[in-house]
Write a protein that binds this ligand. Sequence first.
Ligand SMILES: C[S@@+](CC[C@H](N)C(=O)[O-])C[C@H]1O[C@@H](n2cnc3c(N)ncnc32)[C@H](O)[C@@H]1O
Length: 132
Amino acid sequence: MQEVERFRSRYAVSGDAALLAAELEALGTDYSANGYTTLTQADDIGDWLSLDEDDVLLDVGAGCGWPGLYLARRHGCAVISLDPVSEGMPTLKQRALADGCGKQAWPVIGVAEAIPLRPRSIDAIVHADVLC
Ligand SMILES: C[S@@+](CC[C@H](N)C(=O)[O-])C[C@H]1O[C@@H](n2cnc3c(N)ncnc32)[C@H](O)[C@@H]1O
């Protein structure tokens, strides 16, 4: 997929100081986000989903972990971060460890069309800026 190749090169520059500063100003966050979902919107999503520490959240098209990883930290739930592009996952894993939620974060390579999970193994789904 040509689109997926674009995401590979985008995630290869995650952590760049100028990009993080722009993200912080535009979205209010610094997760190396690759979309338009703001911190306020992510907070609203987490509240609407009523996430808590017993929940498993699936983040489809997670990229570098935004917003699922943030929601796991905020609500104490576990998050499965699904994406076909592996290049965002080192950033995601580093952020999870730095935030002290490494055991709650499970990066998985895969696509929304064939989610590699058993039925009833998740409690909620989020997908931010994913068209598929
Ligand atoms: C615009 S980015 C958004 C990433 C992240 N949610 C964020 O807001 O920073 C879209 C993501 O969807 C992923 N993606 C593309 N096709 C997908 C599919 N069929 N299933 C799951 N994820 C997909 C891409 O690899 C990319 O990481």
